[in-house]
Design a protein around this ligand. Structure first.
Ligand code: ATP
Length: 263
């Protein structure tokens, strides 16, 4: 019982990922604890998306172990892995909605695949998910091309939540949003995490999001996790990249309560 209570939701050990002769992730170890929002930051091309994609099984690893929800996916056959993967939701960069499906059909997509429910119940369930993220019924028959950036992210979040996951992966959830929409999206993530008891693994470049939403931050640089801890640990880190990111001009402005900034 004790062991289960402290078991991380994601446990990465000694992970190595590379493409041809380039190593992108070089013996990375990282835990994501139950119920926390972990923010992953790092320079462009540092390997954040590669780490996320490897954890969810979209990219192969060279060595190391990854356990998600206590399960090493290498031990599962294809059918069991597919069934297992429904326990998490993913919001990809730019939403990645199906352009030929309406808002509500996008949310119903995974429901149709995994849940055997009558049509009326599917409608109701998808509308409930959309309401949770602030999309009203009048917008549910729109196509993705008719949505603003903020609405697209909300629909993508509703889709990620379609199967009631315990864990969600968010790849730059506020990128491309204006400061007000980004702030609203941050608040939505926080609220959903609290009310649904979610664990969140989030890639972000957004210092406001890191300050407002994340319980813990991990920094990826030179293929390694170079810092890992709460915001206070980032602000006192001596690592050059961490210092310039969190204590550079933008970071200092934020600490002193300036308007929202993105980096
Ligand atoms: N499928 C792939 N094949 C070959 N190289 C890849 C592949 N996916 C990613 N890379 C390389 O791995 C490195 C890390 O990419 P990644 O997308 O993880 O960066 P990132 O930290 O998410 O960057 P950004 O913040 O700009 O999104 C880059 O050099 C990229 O070109």
């Amino acid at each position: 019982m004790q062991a289960a209570a402290v078991q991380p939701m994601i446990r990465v050990r000694d992970l190595v990922v590379g493409f041809s002769d380039r190593i992108v992730l070089d013996h990375i170890s990282l835990d994501v604890r139950r119920g926390e929002i972990l923010g992953l930051v790092g320079g462009s091309g540092s390997g954040k998306s590669v780490l996320l994609r490897t954890i969810i099984g979209l990219l192969p690893k060279r060595s190391g172990t990854i356990e998600v929800l206590g399960q090493n996916q290498d031990a599962l056959d294809d059918e069991a892995r597919r069934e297992f993967q429904r326990r998490w939701g993913v919001l990809f960069q730019n939403g990645a909605l199906f352009s030929s499906l309406t808002v509500i059909q996008n949310v119903q997509f995974a429901m149709r695949e995994f849940l055997r429910l009558p049509e009326a119940m599917l409608e109701e369930l998808a509308a409930t998910k959309l309401a949770m993220v602030g999309i009203s019924r009048k917008d549910e028959n729109k196509f993705p091309s008719e949505l603003s950036g903020g609405m697209t992210k909300r629909v993508a979040l509703a889709r990620a939540l379609a199967l009631d996951p315990e864990l969600v992966f968010l790849d730059e959830p506020t990128s491309g949003l204006d400061p007000i929409s980004a702030g609203e999206f941050d608040a939505l993530i926080r609220t959903l995490q609290r009310t649904l008891g979610l664990t969140v693994f989030m890639i972000t470049h957004d210092l406001n999001t890191l300050h407002a939403v994340c319980d813990r931050i991990a920094v990826l640089a030179e293929g390694k996790i170079v810092a890992d801890g709460p915001m206070s640990a980032m602000l006192s880190s001596e690592h050059p990249w961490v210092m310039s990111y969190f204590r550079g001009q933008r970071g200092r402005l934020l600490e002193h309560g300036s308007a929202r900034l993105s980096v």
